[in-house]
Design a protein around this ligand. Structure first.
Ligand SMILES: [Zn+2]
Length: 290
């Protein structure tokens, strides 16, 4: 049986690349007790995508990686696709801001179709650059993000947000954006959360925490929904740039060794949060049920 103490063990955000370690990294994840990965697409080519065909090819590469991982490593993979928010900046240099925004919107529409066809479970990453950009690009990024939220609403799926670190005002603003688009804030997940967000009763945008040791221990008792992730990049040129793919199962196993009652707490990020946000049920064998 996979998992830890009968639980699925889930990394909520990682990337794999055909040029990277790929299935080898996932075997390490599985050997440590991991059962499911949320695999986010990324640009696999040296230049920024400039048309819809570029994005179609990119999403298909992600789908192929997911299939290889399922077959060769026996791990459940949930595919997440969208044009990377920072692509807009690179594409604008060639296409102009309006042209780049148009390609971006069409790529978001394509991602929405993939969700409706059940080739993906969510839109991601969507959001805006984590660095300062010119005002026209900032405005275009905001428009792209709003379009992404509408696509998620129409496809009835979660959206996974890429953004700078958020303060309390930033979290509220994100929640307001979701509400404005008619998307339940519970369907919006802020990925790469690096500090604990105090749990609030009722609606709220969901944090996906970077699985650093101190942060993990801090948030473990929180009722959630919340997730754990490594944001593994699978880039051999940048080893150690992010957490290793085996980190989430190792943290989970260590918590259970310290205190067997941690199993109940870990059912939060690994089972209940996935059910609440994604409406999917994961089993410790790597299975996924709607
Ligand atoms: Zn990422």
């Amino acid at each position: 049986m996979g998992g830890i103490s009968g639980l699925p063990v889930v990394d909520h955000h990682c990337h794999l690349a055909p040029s990277g370690e790929g299935v080898g990294a996932v075997r390490r994840f599985r050997a440590a007790g991991g059962t499911h990965l949320f695999l986010a697409t990324q640009n696999y080519e040296p230049r920024v995508p400039l048309d819809l065909e570029d994005y179609r090819r990119q999403f298909e590469t992600t789908e192929r990686l997911a299939r290889d991982v399922r077959e060769d490593a026996g791990v459940g993979v949930l595919v997440v696709v969208a044009p990377y928010p920072v692509d807009l900046v690179g594409a604008a240099a060639t296409l102009g801001v309006d042209g780049a925004l148009e390609v971006h919107r069409r790529a978001l529409d394509l991602a929405g179709r993939w969700v409706r066809e059940r080739r993906a479970v969510a839109l991601g990453e969507v959001g805006w650059p984590h660095f300062e950009v010119a005002p026209d690009l900032a405005a275009a990024s905001r428009q792209a993000f709003r379009h992404a939220l509408q696509v998620a609403r129409d496809a009835d799926c979660p959206a996974v947000v890429h953004s700078p670190d958020l303060d309390a005002a930033g979290w509220s603003e994100l929640e307001a954006e979701a509400q404005r688009a008619g998307l339940a804030p519970r369907r919006l997940v802020k990925h790469y959360a690096r500090a604990r967000r105090a749990p609030e009763p009722g609606a709220g945008v969901v944090p996906s925490y970077l699985a650093r040791k101190e942060l993990f221990e801090q948030v473990l008792p929180d009722p959630g929904p919340w997730f754990l992730e490594t944001d593994f990049l699978d880039d051999p040129r940048r080893p150690g740039a992010v957490l290793d793919l085996a980190t989430v199962p190792r943290r989970a196993a260590a918590a259970v060794r310290r205190s067997p009652s941690a199993v109940e707490l870990l059912a939060g990020p690994f089972l209940r949060s996935v059910e609440e946000v994604y409406r999917l049920r994961l089993d410790p064998e790597g299975g996924v049920r709607a």
